[in-house]
Design a binder for this molecule. Structure first.
Ligand SMILES: Nc1ncnc2c1ncn2[C@@H]1O[C@H](COP(=O)(O)OP(=O)(O)O)[C@@H](O)[C@H]1O
Ligand SMILES: [Mg+2]
Length: 248
């Protein structure tokens, strides 16, 4: 369970998040949508304690992480797998080394056990047998899959995805969405997917939250959001390519 209460964040004079509150139950799958530059990545970083709010609380399984020191945060972060925007792979390492990265830090396993876990995880993301490839040899979609494999190899309770389909063509985006759903169902994880791709939000979210003008402007089932008559919600839902131009 994740609960954000009255969270506020500014960078210098720029207010980014203003009195954000929501709750995400275990096994839920939530899509966070909103315009580019609106604070979605900043919000995700607060959920894993990479950023500190100016005010408010972030509770993970009823523990307030805002007051935690780095050592306590490390323990909480092990509940999370994070798929960063732009895959963020180490190009000097093989696919297998990238995928095993979190595992090596967290657990004491033999090389054979690690190899087995890596192989099983690469299977899960439809990249069997790619262990010895170099990330630079891979397509954008394949890099995203490796990023996902790295995030889920230690079987986190919660997986955070930051723009998992941004920059991918619609067919590859589709396959990434299917993987997100597969991971959710096979590992029974809580998923939080930040996206500005409405098709993706509709497919992967059991719930959709719209971050707009520094606030959670709308929060409902995909059905509620996609049939909303609210003018602001409609502009997002109808896929206005860059909402900046039309929302004042
Ligand atoms: N570490 C930081 N320091 C200063 N400004 C930041 C920092 N991180 C993000 N910002 C600013 O916060 C705003 C929201 O950014 P972000 O959360 O990345 O937007 P989104 O993910 O919705 O596209 C942007 O104006 C960005 O420049
Ligand atoms: Mg972002």
């Amino acid at each position: 369970m994740i609960e954000v209460r009255h969270l506020k964040k500014s960078f210098g004079a720029q207010l980014i998040l203003d009195d954000i509150s929501f709750r995400i139950e275990n096994s839920e799958s939530v899509a966070i949508i909103g315009r580019s530059g609106g604070g979605k990545s900043v919000l995700l970083k607060h959920i894993i304690g990479l950023l500190q709010p100016d005010a408010g609380d972030v509770l993970v399984d009823d523990e307030n992480i805002v007051a935690m020191n780095e050592r306590q945060l490390l323990r909480v972060r092990r509940k999370f797998g994070m798929v960063f925007q732009g895959a963020a792979l180490f190009d000097s390492m093989t696919v297998a080394e990238n995928v095993a990265f979190g595992l090596r830090r967290h657990e004491h396993l033999t090389e054979a056990e690690i190899a087995k876990r890596v192989a099983a995880t690469l299977d899960m993301v439809d990249l069997p047998g790619t262990e010895n490839k170099n990330p630079a040899e891979l397509s954008g979609g394949m890099r995203k899959r490796v990023g996902l494999a790295r995030a889920i190899i230690y079987e986190p309770q919660i997986v955070l995805y930051d723009e998992p389909t941004t920059g991918l063509d619609p067919i590859v985006s589709d396959s990434i969405d299917k993987l997100i759903i597969r991971v959710r169902d096979h590992l029974n994880v809580t998923s939080i997917v930040v996206t500005h791709d409405m098709r993706s939000a509709r497919r992967v979210g059991n719930r959709v939250m719209l971050l707009h003008e520094k606030k959670i402007y709308a929060n409902g089932t995909p059905e509620e959001i996609f049939t909303s008559h609210d003018a602001v919600v409609r502009q997002f839902v109808d896929g206005v390519a860059d909402a900046k131009e039309t929302i004042i």
